[in-house]
Design a protein around this ligand. Structure first.
Ligand code: AMP
Length: 185
């Protein structure tokens, strides 16, 4: 596999990749994107800096753009990550890769006021990037509905467990439909 167009990604995503100057998929992207587009669960083992974020972000954006949903738009993809820095980075990448798509995403994490995050959630997002504690907090206040999630990404799963998030992750899994695509990195 040598080019992104051979991966059959949406043209609008290819256009965004071209303006970023990405010429070809990295090995982790070439290995995971076809499986994810096929709807399969994927366990990806890759270091930061290898193009891991695009490996899950591109197929998610592609799949969400391919189906139409009624308003208010439900959260259809949840990406869980251990730190606010990682969450913000993923959020930035989603905006870049998805800039020609009619999809909305937002990022929620702790340590800052919640009002801007609540406002974004109220407007409706297709993709949500979150750290576990703030996600559960906002869920328990009634601001987050995970009952329509179709794709779940657990990013830096090893670090998540090291940081003691395993109970939170279990609780979050119980809030989503059992039938969904799972991506573990
Ligand atoms: P990541 O491992 O996802 O944090 O990505 C590391 C860096 O590589 C980021 O700055 C990406 O923008 C960049 N990147 C990801 N995929 C590609 C690609 N296929 N070609 C060139 N750069 C890429």
């Amino acid at each position: 596999m040598s080019t992104f167009s051979e991966l059959n990604l949406d043209d609008r995503i290819l256009e965004a990749l071209a303006s970023e100057g990405y010429r070809e998929p990295t090995p982790v992207q070439a290995a995971t994107i076809p499986a994810l587009l096929d709807g399969r669960d994927v366990l990806g083992v890759a270091q930061t800096g290898t193009g891991k974020t695009a490996a899950f972000a591109l197929p998610l954006l592609h799949q969400l753009a391919a189906t139409k949903v009624d308003k208010p738009r439900p959260i259809r993809a949840l990406m869980l990550t251990p730190t606010r820095e990682l969450a913000a980075q993923i959020g930035d990448r989603l905006r870049v890769y998805g800039r020609h798509l009619p999809l909305f995403s937002t990022v929620i994490f702790g340590g800052v006021g919640q009002s801007a995050q609540v406002k974004a959630l109220r407007r409706g997002v297709d993709l949500l990037v979150a750290t576990p504690g703030r996600l559960l907090d906002l869920h328990d206040q009634g601001f987050v509905d995970l009952s329509r999630v179709e794709h779940f990404v657990l990013d830096e799963a090893d670090r998540m467990l090291d940081m003691g998030f395993s109970n939170d992750v279990d609780r979050i899994q119980d809030l989503m439909p059992a039938r969904r695509q799972n991506l573990l990195f």
